[in-house]
Design a protein around this ligand. Structure first.
Ligand code: KG4
Ligand code: ZN
Length: 338
């Protein structure tokens, strides 16, 4: 039976709504990004994020319904991100979802944002299970063993910063605005992804991620080279190529760390039949290419969502809502955040 799901996502700095259907997949994927409002602060400011969801959430949901050519009456369930995320931001999407669920008498389904990312590669690919899912975003970095829809187990996580957070924090040292990841990749491309400074890769036999040491290593390396003013917190190198050299070395280090953890995971989970690389950092084509090599060495396919589904979006929320509805996992209007 064809099922139509409206997904709503507002856990961080993107207000998003999408329509997913059994027969035709994603019919609409609307998004309003706040990146410009946060870039001057070097990261997401929670108070600004929640305040900016409020005036746009209704228009974004309307836009998704209109693009799909349906009305709220056609929807079978409303899937809304209820955890994890910034509480004030989650509340906006959740309250709006509850309002329309109540008004239109539709079931509501609370979705874990991370579960959305985990299954985001399934929006466009027929993923073979069990799959090793590497999620790397600004807020989270982890690996999951995924046996099927809704059936996943955490096998590794970060002990400190997320991979995207490492890109963003080190980018800040280089006077690069938030989000730093895409600009680091562009700069690295100008050097053909050369590893100039061989930053440390951390403990090779540890399956958990750790990126805070890398940030410290880069900071002290910059100070040693006379490229960073600690008092003014400013990148001061005069050579025009310096920033690109740091960016490229950083990208090589983070890519190597992710590939090493994936290789460790594959060693202890020999039944894995594919690999997924998801989350905002999966927009990085250099890391995806390196991971493809790892996958090929193990005789596996690597699945990476297109960029619109790597970064925060509501299509992945609607997708999870779709299989939860089929599994009979709906919530009541008492659904809470976090
Ligand atoms: O998934 P996402 O949109 O939001 C979170 O849930 O965090 O991920 C955003 C993160 C940011 O840290 C950003 O710097 C990083 O993804 N990112 C990238 C690239 N594009 C986005 N990191 C490295 N290379 C990229 N091309
Ligand atoms: Zn996310």
């Amino acid at each position: 039976m064809n099922r139509i799901i409206l997904g709503i996502e507002s856990s961080c700095d993107e207000t998003a709504a999408a329509i997913y259907t059994t027969e035709r997949g994603v019919l609409a994927n609307s998004i309003s990004s706040q990146i410009k409002s946060h870039s001057m602060y070097g990261g997401v400011v929670p108070e600004i994020a929640s305040a900016q969801h409020l005036p746009v959430v209704q228009a974004i949901v309307q836009q998704a319904l209109a693009t799909a050519g349906i009305t709220i009456q056609d929807v079978d369930a409303i899937a809304v991100t209820n955890k994890p995320g910034l509480p004030g931001s989650l509340l906006v999407g959740m309250s709006f979802a509850k309002g329309i669920a109540y008004g239109a008498d539709k079931p509501i389904i609370g979705i874990n944002h991370l579960e959305g990312h985990i299954f985001s590669a399934c929006l466009e690919h027929k993923v073979e299970f069990p799959t090793l899912c590497i999620t790397a975003s600004g807020g989270h970095t982890a690996m999951y063993l995924v046996e099927g829809y809704g059936d996943y187990r955490l096998i590794s996580q970060t002990r400190d910063d997320a991979a995207g957070e490492a890109f963003d924090k080190i980018a800040k040292l280089l006077n690069i605005p938030y989000p730093g990841g895409p600009i680091i990749e562009q700069l690295a491309a100008t050097t053909a992804f050369t590893d100039y400074f061989a930053y440390p890769r951390g403990k090779k036999d540890m399956i958990d991620f750790s990126f805070s040491g890398l940030k410290t290593a880069v900071l002290y390396d910059l100070i040693d080279r006379g490229w960073y003013n600690k008092e003014e917190k400013r990148f001061t190198a005069l050579q025009p190529t310096a920033k690109a050299q740091v960016a490229s070395s950083l990208l090589c280090a983070i890519s190597d760390i992710i590939c090493a953890k994936a290789t460790l995971a594959l060693k202890s989970h020999a039944n894995v039949r594919s690999i997924c690389f998801v989350g905002g950092v999966a927009c990085n084509t250099f890391i995806a290419k390196q991971l493809t090599t790892v996958a090929t060495q193990h005789g596996l396919s690597l699945y990476v969502p297109s960029k619109q589904y790597c970064t925060d979006n509501a299509a992945m929320i609607a997708f999870v809502g779709h299989y939860k509805l089929q599994q009979g996992l709906i919530d009541s209007l008492a659904l809470d955040i976090l």
